[in-house]
Write a protein that binds this ligand. Structure first.
Ligand code: MN
Ligand code: MN
Length: 364
């Protein structure tokens, strides 16, 4: 059994829980190595304290599940089958009268929850997500190799985007070229919809790219990431097109110094909330506190947002092996939007910055 699955089983034993039903594709990938996006179809891993685990998946994916290295039972079902019947039967064959189960409370939908409590009346359900989040938070050397490569490709993607900036091109023009070039490098998917925002659009932290045309005196903000061997990267760079105003420059320099101060403070033992505070204080002191409306950063790995969350209230100690983003921003409506985001890895002694595209103000 994989080391990760063994840890989940050990947790079940410790908590006196007889079985865990795992349905989020990211956790299934983490625990089994099988990557699948089943959409509305049921994909599940059922793990036990000691009994043999099994995967239930659409029949057409059974071969993929086997090829991923999964050595235990795989139940493939047809679209005309009722997969819950198969699941109920396999669970009851292992544990006839199950009392305690675990699910992912933030993932299992109400319909599936009702299916479960109808088939296993009286079952008490605990949340398996905290233990999985905790396990996933500390990356192995193997995971880091994939994340480093994803970050390298994200740097390349920004480089492509910046080199494509020209008067009159739209945000979507730049996105099309970026994604074309990274896919030619073997990237199968982006971590999320690539964001290129220009001018007033850049002043919205989660703006939607469209047909706005780049013009002189605007910032162009790139926020993107790629998935490599199942692991995500996430980078933001903001560059100036032509001359910008002194206020735009001040905003840029404030974000940059806040970002660098937080990055430089990363080491084992520092608290998540202290990292947020370092950057936030910097931005507040420059008079832009109200224009930084989000947390400093988020963990990333198999999911684009995972633990740890770098917020003003999280007392979590940073530890060697964690990977997260540091991404302060200032968004002043009708003036400018600037965000600078790096992915960082906590080492035994300090920090390794994984995304390396230059950060000093670039005027193209
Ligand atoms: Mn981002
Ligand atoms: Mn991010």
């Amino acid at each position: 059994m994989s080391n990760r699955l063994t840890k989940l089983s050990a947790w079940l034993t410790k908590e006196n829980i007889e079985a865990a039903l795992i349905t989020s594709p990211d956790n299934i990938f983490y625990l089994t190595g099988f990557r699948s996006e089943p959409h509305e179809r049921l994909l599940a891993l059922v793990a036990f304290q000691e009994k043999e685990p099994f995967i239930i998946c659409p029949a057409m994916e059974k071969a993929d599940a086997r090829n991923s290295g999964w050595e235990y039972e795989i139940i493939g079902y047809q679209d005309t089958d009722q997969p819950w019947d198969f699941m109920e039967q396999r669970i009851k064959a292992r544990i006839p009268d199950i009392q305690q189960g675990a699910i992912e409370k933030n993932h299992l939908n109400v319909q599936r929850y009702e299916e479960l409590i109808t088939r296993f009346p009286g079952i008490i359900l605990q949340d398996a997500e905290p233990i999985l989040n905790e396990l996933r938070m500390l990356k192995t050397a193997e995971e880091m190799a994939s994340i480093r490569k994803a970050c390298e490709l994200a740097d390349f993607a920004v480089e492509v985007g910046v080199s494509e900036i020209a008067e009159g091109k739209t945000e979507l023009d730049l996105i099309a070229t970026i994604e074309y070039e990274v896919k030619k490098k073997g990237v199968s998917g982006m971590s999320f919809d690539t964001m290129v925002l220009t001018g007033v659009n850049a002043a919205s932290p989660h703006g939607t790219p469209g047909i706005s045309r780049i013009k002189k005196g605007d910032f162009v903000l790139f926020d993107l990431g790629v998935i490599y061997e199942g692991y995500c990267s996430d980078i933001t760079r903001t560059v100036a097109f032509g001359d910008i105003s002194s206020e735009q420059q001040k905003i840029y320099e404030t974000v940059l110094s806040a970002q660098e101060a937080a990055v430089n403070a990363v080491k084992p033992g520092v608290l998540a909330k202290d990292l947020d505070r370092i950057a936030r204080t910097h931005i507040q002191n420059a008079g832009y506190g109200e224009f930084f409306p989000h947390r400093l950063g988020h963990g990333l790995g198999i999911s684009i947002h995972e633990y740890p969350s770098i917020t003003a209230t999280n007392p979590l100690n940073m530890a060697a092996g964690m990977v997260f983003t540091i991404e302060p921003g200032i968004y002043v409506p009708d003036v400018a939007g600037v965000r600078i985001e790096d992915d960082v890895f906590v080492t035994e002694n300090g920090v390794e910055v994984l995304t390396k595209y230059p950060k000093s103000l670039q005027i193209v």
